[in-house]
Design a protein around this ligand. Structure first.
Ligand SMILES: C[S@@+](CC[C@H](N)C(=O)[O-])C[C@H]1O[C@@H](n2cnc3c(N)ncnc32)[C@H](O)[C@@H]1O
Length: 244
């Protein structure tokens, strides 16, 4: 069975509405260097890990559940000659044993659903970092509140406003230290690469038993993006320093 995200994100360098430059900025704001050890959960095809390890020489422990993405990340890390810095773990991050205080920074970029949202993610990751270490989460937020009539968030999309999102970091014992927002260009680049990937896959697999379902999911998402989400949904990487 072809998995929808493995189809639509097969070309993505980074699987979020952000950029290599913004991940580099994140590394600077986190103060990463050759002595740092970073935990990256829901690490996907390894895009952020490649940028951070390549640019700052830090060690990264990446945890990714999907074999489709884990295997690509392994190949990309090997090709970049970064095996000595990036450890790739193929596992469900929800069951991954996180050693308290082990890391200088913990990242979850676009995967807070692993712990049922931002609060659960912060509760899981704050203990992972040493005192003075940082937690960074890439998280959607609503640009407008209340949401307009006619728009219904999907189950699990219990996002909030940007200011409330930042307050949740403070509530989790973090002093907010960085906000790196997605621009419309970042969003369009991320979303429309789904279009290219899906249309290409569908053209290449006309008789595939999964083609109808991939088409249905893809059409629905493109429609939601153009009609609602491009206007309503923001996404930002927020970082905070542990006060513990
Ligand atoms: C939106 S992608 C982001 C990937 C990566 N952080 C990036 O920015 O390129 C979310 C990733 O989380 C992974 N994921 C989802 N549930 C997971 C889980 N329980 N444990 C580990 N990874 C998970 C997905 O397979 C996917 O690769």
């Amino acid at each position: 069975m072809a998995w929808y995200f493995a189809v639509v994100e097969r070309f993505h360098e980074i699987q979020n509405p952000t950029s290599v430059e913004k991940i580099r900025l994140l590394g600077e704001r986190l103060g990463l260097g050759p002595g740092s050890h970073v935990l990256d959960v829901g690490s996907g095809r390894g895009g952020p890990a490649l940028v951070l390890a390549g640019e700052f020489g830090c060690r990264i422990t990446s945890v990714e559940r999907a074999e489709e993405f884990h295997s690509v990340a392994r190949e990309r890390v090997r090709e970049a000659g970064l095996d000595h810095l990036v450890e790739l773990i193929h596992a469900d991050a929800a069951g991954f044993p996180i050693e308290p205080g082990r890391y200088d920074a913990a990242l979850c970029l676009g995967a807070s659903f692993i712990w049922d949202g931002l609060d659960g993610t912060l509760a899981a990751l704050v203990p992972a970092v040493r005192a003075g270490g940082s937690v960074a989460v890439g998280e959607p937020y609503w640009r407008r509140w209340p949401l307009p009539d006619g728009f219904q968030p999907d189950p699990g999309e219990d996002f909030t406003t940007l200011d409330e999102t930042v307050r949740r970091f403070e509530g989790a014992g973090l002093a907010a230290t960085a906000l790196i927002d997605a621009s419309f260009d970042d969003w369009d680049r991320y979303e429309t690469l789904h279009w290219l990937s899906a249309e290409g896959w569908l053209a290449e697999h006309p008789g595939d038993p999964d083609a109808e379902e991939i088409r249905r999911l893809f059409d629905r998402q493109r429609d939601r993006y153009l009609r609602w989400e491009r206007d309503l949904l923001g996404w930002a990487i927020i970082a905070g320093r542990s006060k513990a």
